[in-house]
Design a protein around this ligand. Structure first.
Ligand SMILES: [Zn+2]
Length: 409
């Protein structure tokens, strides 16, 4: 027997349905029923919208201890150099940062995360904080001598991959990952039926490195002492990477800021691939306009990520959706909800909400204008606030007033 919990809310919003004045019953991590009005046993949550749980499809929780982002105003490689320095100077912060990042995610309404883990982490760091999501083991290195050790690292992580707890591997980026290491990471993802993610086409400088082996990345790699003249000799394009990434059961392309139309059309033709757009990080680096709307127009899948606190002031996926609402007032809030929730679940290997089976992962949003006849026009309006987060049928966070109400009922 499982406990049944019932809550009455003013609005229930998923990317498939909108209902008002309903009681939602939960049992065994699923929605059991949705009934009109308030049933006798229902806890009253008041003028809030219970929304399909938000999904942060890309972050690096290990940087969650940073109180403010590392400056993004210079060259991109200046930022990379500062990130490398920060990591070197703070080797002991990883466990604490992962816990803090998960807690921050709960408090901002996120229910599922896609996290990139590097070194110095343990499964406990995630389970202690009640993590729900996909952990990707990062692999990188430009020296052929490193490949075997990196693949071993990925293999031991992916051994725990199951349908209920998806795992993945992340070859970091074209400028940091030897082509042979990248190819082997793709193979191991295929063999273990795991997920694959990679930062790709993030900067114009990356495209230059791939095309001609020159530019700021070459200078940085020389300064790091890891350049050699056999690297980046054959001209490549992001498409060369996309074609390999497409072979994995599921892959997430991070950023894709400079994918061209041919590459976007290719992505749109691959339903197992998702482009993860990180709106505020993209804006912080001052990139050209992001092609996410073009990809949607072409029929491709877009999900949203915060990236890390090394480039973003917080880990709030809700704030990303508020930012997009302000930048794209013509877009429907339901379309934004879809890319901020359902698409992220699909990308990370989690079952999406459906009419027949609805996982109990929800974000509660307090609407600033409680007289709204429908939350549609401004679900992610600037004055709205997250006031609760339900993961797997448990409240992992509730605003203090709601918490006292819920506990006293
Ligand atoms: Zn990233």
């Amino acid at each position: 027997m499982y406990d049944i919990q019932s809550y009455h809310v003013e609005w229930l919003v998923t990317s498939e349905q909108l209902q008002s004045d309903v009681t939602i019953r939960f049992s065994n991590r699923l929605v059991l029923s949705i009934e009109p009005g308030r049933t006798a046993d229902a806890v009253e949550l008041g003028p809030v919208a219970m929304v399909e749980g938000l999904v942060n499809a890309h972050t690096h929780l290990e940087f969650s201890s940073l109180s403010k982002p590392i400056p993004t105003t210079g060259q991109f490689t200046d930022w990379i150099r500062s990130v490398v320095k920060y990591r070197r100077e703070n080797p002991g912060l990883t466990s604490e940062a992962i816990g803090a990042g998960i807690e921050e995610s709960w408090q901002s309404g996120t229910t599922v995360l896609g996290d990139i883990a590097t070194v110095g982490w343990s499964a406990d760091d995630y389970s202690k904080a009640g993590f729900q999501g996909t952990v990707f083991q990062e692999v990188l290195g430009l020296s052929p001598d490193r490949i075997q050790q990196q693949i071993e690292l990925a293999r031991s992580h992916l051994n725990g991959h199951t349908a209920n707890a998806p795992r993945g591997v992340s070859p970091h980026a074209p400028y940091s990952t030897h082509l042979d290491l990248f190819r082997q990471a793709v193979e191991i993802a295929i063999r273990t039926n795991s997920l694959l993610t990679m930062h790709l086409a993030e900067t114009k400088a990356e495209l230059e490195l791939l095309r001609t082996g020159t530019g700021e990345f070459r200078e940085m790699l020389m300064d790091f002492g890891i350049w050699n003249d056999t690297l980046f000799q054959t001209p490549l394009k992001p498409m060369d990477y996309l074609e390999l990434l497409a072979k994995a059961p599921r892959s997430l392309i991070i950023h894709g800021n400079y994918l061209d139309d041919t590459e976007l059309k290719f992505l749109a033709s691959q339903p197992q691939m998702t482009l993860v757009y990180c709106p505020r990080t993209h804006a912080a680096f001052g990139h050209s306009e992001h092609p996410w709307r073009r990809l949607i127009e072409l029929g491709g899948r877009v999900a949203i990520g915060t990236d890390s606190r090394a480039s973003n002031p917080d880990l709030s996926l809700f704030a990303e959706l508020q930012f997009l609402t302000a930048c794209h007032p013509d877009l429907s809030q339901l379309d934004l909800l879809r890319i901020g929730s359902r698409n992220g679940r699909l990308a990370l290997g989690f079952e999406p909400h459906s009419r027949s089976k609805t996982p109990a992962d929800f974000t509660l949003i307090r609407l600033a204008d409680s007289a709204l006849r429908s939350p549609h026009p401004e679900l992610f309006g600037p004055a709205n606030r997250v006031c609760g987060t339900m993961v797997n049928g448990h409240w992992v966070w509730l605003a203090p007033d709601l918490a006292s109400q819920t506990l006293s009922s």
